[in-house]
Design a protein around this ligand. Structure first.
Ligand SMILES: [Zn+2]
Length: 394
């Protein structure tokens, strides 16, 4: 194999579009403000529920739903309480959600109609509410039946569920939003298969999906577990990138495959979830047993406390899990550089992505630390430069 760096094989020179960078920073700033507004609404809502006696009042209104299949577990009260809280939040934040949609359209990213956007919002809501109810019922059942070890069981069930969902997502969930097609066999897929073979691994397939129906942005990903494992590539990438650039993007995804990143993600998230559940267990016991704030652990009025703890814990863990994700992305970039040695194509691909997706290439380090699950594109470009240098110094 020719191990020379193909600096001469670069595609047509692409550069970071400075005008689009101004727009990118503006877009990111408005979107961040929007998410702060939503967080603020959630925080105010949870505080109202927690500190004004509202949670107890709602529970009292639900008293008549006293079907009790297991002593202390009132599944109907759990469903109703959750739906009241959830729908309340969705209704109050609906205007900001709609504003976000018009914003993406105004900045030329979204090409969705209001109708198709609404449809996706509703499908997404069902996909959130149904597992949310299932998880809460399990939590309250176990709080009633296993008050000391409930958190461990819930953590284990969630781990099992996330493995099953990682397997089913490409065949069950994503088809609800996109249509996948196997990528037609070409010189490009041949190259990828050769790359995979050289890594002593194989991917089960390369698919493209109709991303262009919804957005002008591009993306590629590794999806699925076991028999559903695949690399997917947005059709918004196919016609605008050189073959070498697409090859490097696919090599990056292959890097995730070789490094078992989906497993690492599932395991790290499960550990975070377990830690969060344990903290919730300690706080719940304290609130019930030494503060006598609730009738019992399985009292449905504890639901806002659980939600508040989940949100707070998620907020604390976010920079940690994002740091871990950025580390995995860095390693996948390294793999793409090493396996293809197409450094200029790597840079070309990253530059096109930044221009096309309106990504801020140099966000403030604080913003990157908290919110970015991929390294900023400026850093990924520097990574490629460093790679060239390390290759030149033996
Ligand atoms: Zn990646």
């Amino acid at each position: 194999m020719d191990m020379e760096i193909d600096a001469g094989q670069a595609g047509p020179g692409v550069e970071i579009d400075r005008e689009r960078q101004v727009k990118a920073k503006e877009f990111a700033r408005i979107r961040r403000r929007l998410s702060y507004v939503n967080m603020g609404i959630a925080a105010v809502g949870v505080c109202l529920l927690l500190f004004t006696g509202l949670a107890g009042w709602i529970r009292d209104q639900l008293r008549s739903l006293n079907w009790q299949p297991v002593h202390g577990w009132f599944p109907l009260q759990v469903v109703c309480f959750f739906l009241i809280v959830m729908l309340g939040y969705e209704i109050i934040t609906a205007p900001s959600g709609y504003y976000g949609f018009t914003l993406s359209r105004r900045y030329g990213l979204s090409v969705m109609t209001l109708k198709s956007w609404l449809r996706d919002v509703l499908v997404g809501l069902v996909l959130e509410v149904a597992p949310g109810i299932a998880a809460l019922e399990l939590i309250y059942l176990l709080l009633a039946a296993q008050p000391d070890s409930w958190w461990l069981w819930v953590g284990l069930v969630m781990l099992f569920f996330s493995v099953v969902m990682a397997n089913l997502a490409p065949v069950l969930l994503f088809p609800l939003f996109y249509t996948f097609r196997p990528m037609p066999e070409s010189e490009l897929t041949q190259r990828l298969l050769a790359l995979a073979k050289r890594a002593n691994t194989h991917v089960r397939g390369v698919y493209t999906f109709d991303m262009s129906r919804k957005t002008t942005a591009a993306n590629a990903a590794l999806m699925g577990l076991g028999n559903t494992r695949r690399i997917v590539l947005g059709d918004t990438m196919l016609d605008r990138y050189t073959h070498e650039e697409i090859e490097v993007a696919l090599a990056h995804e292959l890097g995730h495959h070789v490094h078992h990143d989906i497993w690492k993600l599932i395991l790290s998230q499960s550990l975070f979830t377990l830690a969060g559940l344990y903290v919730a267990n300690v706080v719940l016991h304290w609130a019930v047993q030494s503060q006598h704030l609730y009738a019992g652990l399985a009292d449905v009025a504890t639901l806002p406390l659980l939600l508040a703890l989940t949100a707070l814990f998620g907020f604390i863990v976010m920079p940690l899990s994002n740091s871990f994700s950025r580390y995995m992305e860095y390693q996948a970039d390294e793999y793409a550089l090493q396996s293809t040695r197409k450094i200029e194509s790597f840079k070309g691909m990253m530059t096109r992505l930044a221009n096309q997706n309106l990504s801020d290439v140099e966000p403030s380090p604080v913003i990157e630390f908290f919110f970015y699950d991929h390294p900023a594109i400026g850093k990924r470009l520097k990574h490629a430069d460093k790679f060239i240098q390390s290759e030149r110094t033996p």
